[in-house]
Design a protein around this ligand. Structure first.
Ligand code: SF4
Length: 390
């Protein structure tokens, strides 16, 4: 068993209301069952500390995601961080991120979060256009979003990320350009951009079925995808992953753990975990599992094995594929030496034919010993990844 640091993800599945496009595991809640939920998270941390895959290891990053983690009090966040630190010492300087809704943070609340050790905030801004925010069912305004970034700085949290959504109903390229320009002109370090997908079961899906949503044409969404990195770069944000941009040295360390095939423990309702297992220094298997999705069931079953809703073991070709395609999500791509170091296999013997084909078609480029997606490859990333299924 390795003693390398791992990452902790804590899922907080509560929101003040459900946005009409959202299919995340999150529930509109008038009263967050804070005490019970925090207790359940702690029980799960305790249970994981008895698991030999995590025992004795330190935490490299922590991420509170949701849902809306900023609905929790500073005391609740503090209590979770302390419990985690007691069991898995948090490395000095570790990145500790909290996702927050710009509408429910105040100077005092952000100061409380900062005092718990939160040193990075990710705001779900989505747009700086009030009409668009309303259409998306968000309960904050553009002004509140700008104010939230300023308040985070006042509270001593200068590592701030902003999420922007694009490809929304009726959106023009110029609307998106304004959103990116506004976001990038704020004192933020990181920008995530997501294309709106209409998921079955959401109110947006029903509206689309009834012909009530005028979604932008595929060509326009493709233009947006192409335009974002140009604008971000003009403001000093380098694209480091398909959907993510950062100022120098401010990439999300936590998310990088997912993309490089690192180990993470997920606690909270519907949270996922992953641990790789090596023999003689080379990875042979990966275990992944998820916890039950419903918060009340999670609260009831936390601390027992009943809390696990499914698990699976990945090995062989599936394991190589996961490492490879997640690595290709990063703009730096995958290097032959990393692949060799991880699996004791030659990347070129494993994927050489597919890489050469995709290179010929302009989807992949080779630079030194690394292979990465070209802009053309990024635009159709999922279908490029499928080609690596052996
Ligand atoms: S705030 Fe975020 S997680 Fe909550 S419903 Fe809206 S999109 Fe989903």
């Amino acid at each position: 068993m390795t003693n390398a640091p791992f990452s902790l993800y804590a899922h907080i599945p509560f929101c003040a209301h459900k946005c009409p496009y959202c299919d995340f595991n999150t529930y509109a809640t008038a009263r967050v069952p804070e005490a019970e939920y925090v207790e359940a998270l702690k029980k799960e941390l305790q249970r994981s500390a008895a698991d030999e895959r995590f025992r004795g290891r330190r935490l490299g990053t922590i991420f509170f995601g949701g849902g809306t983690p900023s609905l929790l009090s500073g005391a609740a966040i503090d209590s979770i961080i302390r419990a985690a630190d007691d069991l898995f010492p948090i490395m000095s300087g570790a990145e500790i991120t909290l996702e927050a809704n710009p509408g429910d943070v105040s100077r005092e609340k952000l100061a409380e979060f900062a005092s718990t050790g939160i040193n990075r905030i990710s705001f779900g801004v989505q747009s700086f256009d009030d009409a668009r925010l309303k259409l998306l069912g968000r309960d904050h305004t553009a002004e509140q979003a700008k104010e939230a970034v300023a308040l985070a700085h006042e509270a001593g949290i200068s590592n701030v990320s902003v999420d922007i959504i694009f490809g929304t109903p009726g959106q023009l390229l110029s609307d998106l350009e304004r959103d990116i320009d506004t976001a990038a002109s704020l004192p933020i370090t990181h920008l995530s951009t997501y294309s709106l997908t209409i998921e079955p079961g959401t109110p947006f899906f029903q509206r689309q079925e009834r012909g009530l949503l005028s979604m932008p044409a595929d060509g326009l969404v493709a233009d947006m995808l192409e335009r974002i990195p140009e604008l971000a770069s003009r403001h000093g944000f380098a694209r480091y992953e398909i959907s993510n941009y950062a100022r120098a040295g401010k990439e999300s360390e936590h998310n990088n753990v997912y993309w490089i095939g690192g180990d993470y423990l997920g606690v909270g309702a519907g949270a996922h975990s992953y641990v790789g297992s090596a023999r003689d220094g080379f990875f042979e298997t990966g275990d992944r599992w998820s916890t039950v999705a419903l918060p009340q069931t999670y609260i009831r079953d936390a601390g027992t094995s009943r809390v696990i809703s499914w698990s699976e073991r990945v090995e062989g070709k599936s394991l190589w594929f996961e490492f490879f395609y997640l690595g290709l999500r990063r703009i730096a791509g995958v290097t032959a030496s990393n692949f060799q170091k991880r699996f004791g296999l030659s990347m070129w013997d494993t994927y050489g034919d597919v890489i050469r084909e995709l290179k010929g078609e302009g989807f992949i480029r080779e630079e030194g010993e690394s292979v990465s997606l070209t802009p053309k490859g990024i635009a159709v990333a999922d279908s490029v990844f499928e080609r690596f299924v052996l």
